[in-house]
Each structure stands twice: as C-alpha cells, then as structure tokens.
Design a protein. Structure first.
Ligand code: ATP
Length: 297
C-alpha cells in the first residue's frame, strides 16, 4: 500500500532541470529519506509534493487522490505538512500561537461564527487549544508555550516548526533538514522525536545531510543527483551502490581530515551552495559508511 505516489515528476526553472522524471512511493508507517549532493533537487521535490511549486510534468497522488498542482493550503488539508530548512515561524507570536496557527486548516467556523462567538466557534477554539497543548507536550515545548518564538533556543524553534506541522494533523510529514545546525546530541534527540512521530501514526519523509541520522531512521532511501533518481532502496543497498558513491565522491579531490565528521555536514548545511559543499557532503556519506563496519560507501 502506498500513501503518497509521485510519477514522472519534473520541475524546470527556465533551462534548469531541477527535478526530472522522479518516481516516489511513500509507504505508511515508514521513514523515507531523500538524499543527494547539494543542488540535487531534494528541496524542489519537497516543494512539488507540498504544493509550493507546480510541477512541469508528472503527477502526485496522496492516499489515492490526485493532488498535482494543488495549492499548499489544500495539500495540507489532504494530510501533507512540510517543515523548512530554516524555521519559518511567526517570531513575534508566542510558541502556542504559532502552533495554533496550524489548526486553521482544520477549522470549519466562519468569520460570522467568530464575530457572533457561536457555539461552533467556541467548540472549535477549545478543540484547537487542546490539540495545540497536546502537540506542545509531545514535542517537549510546554515550558516555552508563552515565550515569543524568536526568543526560544534554535533547537526549540525547530521543534516548534514540527509541532506546528503536527497541529495540522498530517498523515505525512515532510521534514527538510531537521538536523541542520544542531549538535550531535541535539541530532540524536531529533532522531528520537522522529521515531516517536512515526509511532504516533504519522508517516515521515525526510531530506537530510546527516548520514548517521538517515541511515539509522530510514526504511527506504531515494538518492537524487542533478534532479534525477540515481538509486533507491534500503540504507544498506544505497550505501554500497556504485552510482551513489560516484555521485558523492565523483567530484571531490581532497580526502582530508574532515573525511568522516557528521558535524561537517552541519557546517555545510548552513553554507552557500557551491562545489566545495558538494564535496564535503560526499565525504560524509563515504566516511560514515566506512565507520559502520567496512562498507565501501
Ligand atoms: N526557485 C528557483 N529558481 C531557480 N532555480 C532554482 C529554484 N529553486 C531551486 N533552484 C535550483 O534547482 C536546483 C536544485 O535545488 P534544490 O534546492 O532543490 O537542491 P537540494 O538538493 O535541496 O540542495 P541542498 O542540499 O543544497 O539544499 C539547484 O540548481 C537550484 O539552484
């Protein structure tokens, strides 16, 4: 059974083919990771799935329904929520209000209900508050609920983004580089949180450069390079795939001391997109594979 199915998905920006002919099957209850060097098309693919970009070609079906080209708002209503690499919170609003904003998509009451303070409106307000408080507790943010989002630590802001997404009651959560900029310990905490999200019945699709996180969480990995799928399969299959090794190592010239550190990929995540970043990312996959017991990748 497939929860989300993309077929022949493509996105061109002028002459640039950011995503080309990509097929993706996301199975319920699984963690699906999308990896690839910088500029491979991972975020563009997420934007196509979440409705932020309209595909140039191909289709997306969610739970059997064609959602191709729908607006982000409608796609959220169909059960797909997306977080961003850099947090996109309302900094001047409290953490609670940020999370409550995720409830709009599930609200049925009209402006008239709000003005007249109808029973339906009051009922929804209570439900929305209960739901927001539940996801705040789930994500460990209760203590921050009355703080301005811009004032809480960066790691907590990332959890607020996840809490906001969970407040929309998604079936599928798209997480774009959740570990970017986090310490090793924080990354482990995020990996545990993602596992708990899956345990609560939300399917997760993940774009992430931290290979330790990807390899430990993913059931299935799609590898992109230059917008195209170059491999797809289990973490073990992908790690030893010659084309994946080539994509990550093909352009790198320096097997220097930063060969194996995941923290390098955190640095790289916040860097500008350039060739050097791509090489650093490649060494990360290779190094991690070697650490994990002699895999060639
Ligand atoms: N809105 C846009 N307009 C023009 N080009 C774009 C746009 N968005 C992305 N691109 C280009 O499409 C290609 C794929 O970018 P994308 O951000 O999807 O890659 P990525 O795999 O997510 O990279 P990274 O790992 O660095 O985040 C890149 O060449 C990028 O410059």
């Amino acid at each position: 059974m497939t929860l989300l199915e993309a077929r022949g998905l493509g996105k061109h920006f002028g002459g640039l083919h950011a995503v080309q002919d990509v097929d993706l099957d996301v199975h319920p209850g699984h963690v699906t990771a999308i990896i690839g060097p910088n500029g491979a098309g991972k975020s563009t693919l997420f934007n196509l799935l979440a409705g932020f970009y309209r595909p140039t070609s191909g289709t997306v079906r969610m739970d059997g329904r064609d959602i191709t080209g729908m607006s982000p708002h409608r796609i959220v209503a169909h059960g797909i929520a997306r977080t961003f690499q850099t947090t996109s919170l309302f900094g001047d609003a409290t953490v609670l209000d940020n999370v409550l904003s995720g409830r709009i998509v599930r609200s049925r009451s009209t402006v008239v209900d709000a003005v007249l303070h109808t029973p339906r409106h009051r009922r929804e307000e209570r439900t929305n508050l209960d739901k927001a408080m539940e996801v705040l507790e789930f994500t460990g943010l209760t203590e921050y609920r009355n703080d301005l989002a811009a004032r809480v630590p960066q790691e907590a802001q990332k959890r607020v983004s996840i809490a906001l997404a969970l407040a929309t009651e998604p079936q599928l959560l798209l997480l774009d580089e959740p570990a970017a900029g986090l310490t090793e310990e924080e990354t482990e905490g995020f990996a545990r949180l993602i596992r708990r999200i899956v345990d609560r019945g939300v399917t997760v699709c993940l774009v992430e450069h931290r290979m330790s996180m990807v390899m430990s969480l993913a059931d299935h990995i799609l590898v992109l390079d230059h917008g195209r799928e170059i491999a797809s399969g289990t973490p073990d299959a992908v790690r030893t795939d010659p084309q994946v090794i080539e994509a990550y190592l093909g352009t790198h010239h320096d097997d220097g001391p930063d060969h194996n550190a995941d923290s390098n990929s955190a640095d790289h995540n916040s860097a500008d997109h350039n060739g050097a970043d791509k090489n650093t990312t490649g060494r990360d996959v290779a190094g991690r594979g070697a650490e994990k017991g002699g895999n060639t990748c």
